[in-house]
Design a protein around this ligand. Structure first.
Ligand code: GLY
Length: 204
């Protein structure tokens, strides 16, 4: 038995790829990473990874997390800039016994040292949305409606369960703002003996 469940339409291509791995006996950690990377790499999803909507300083700051339900180990990054796949950095951090949740420059320094791919995550399309929103600033700031965090829970044939999240968070957020997605027990959880969960919506 295996399975993978995710938030929003944006996850379909990712979980379709992960399904192939899981069907052939692949690991739930690798499969969930494959699935979330697919969402992070797609430029037209406005709330995750490349093409994610920027903060009020027009910077794309990303949050992501990973949890292994066998060991209950977690890794997370928050407010990280200029790296292509925050979920992979979070998964790598889950191998650390300490210092496994890193933010901003600390997360970027770790990712650079570990050789993760650098990328300017701000697209021209996101800049257009930003400029339009600046014009509308008299209105109340709301989370980008209809699309949000990608969160997934995955089970492989060995019975291992994982959970992972990735998001650019609230559009026009304050620099350094962190929502629920990289916070264990808030944005995600997985225990192979019990089950898994992931949250979406306004993180506050
Ligand atoms: N749930 C995503 C966020 O609020 O950052």
């Amino acid at each position: 038995m295996w399975g993978i469940i995710a938030t929003w339409r944006m996850a379909v291509e990712g979980i379709t790829k992960a399904k192939e791995e899981l069907e052939s006996g692949g690991d739930a950690g690798n499969a969930i990473e494959t699935a979330i990377r697919e969402v992070e790499d797609f430029p037209y999803y406005k709330s995750v990874g490349y093409g994610g909507l920027p903060n009020e300083e027009m910077e794309v700051e990303l949050d992501a997390a990973f949890m292994d339900g066998n060991t209950l180990s977690i890794g997370a990054v928050a407010a990280i800039k200029d790296f292509a796949n925050p979920v992979s950095i979070a998964k790598r951090l889950a191998k650390e016994k300490v210092n496994n949740v890193l933010v901003a420059e600390g997360a970027e320094k770790f990712a650079h040292k570990e050789g993760f791919e650098r990328k300017n995550m701000l697209t021209d399309r996101a800049k257009i949305h930003y400029r339009k929103r600046v014009k509308e600033l008299s209105q109340e700031i709301k989370p980008y409606s209809g699309h949000d965090t990608v969160g997934m829970v995955c089970l492989d044939q060995s019975g291992k369960m994982t959970a992972a999240t990735s998001t650019s968070g609230l559009f026009m957020k304050k620099k350094g703002r962190v929502g629920d997605s990289p916070i264990v027990g808030s944005g995600f959880y997985a225990d192979s003996e019990v089950g898994g969960a992931s949250a979406t919506g306004l993180g506050e």
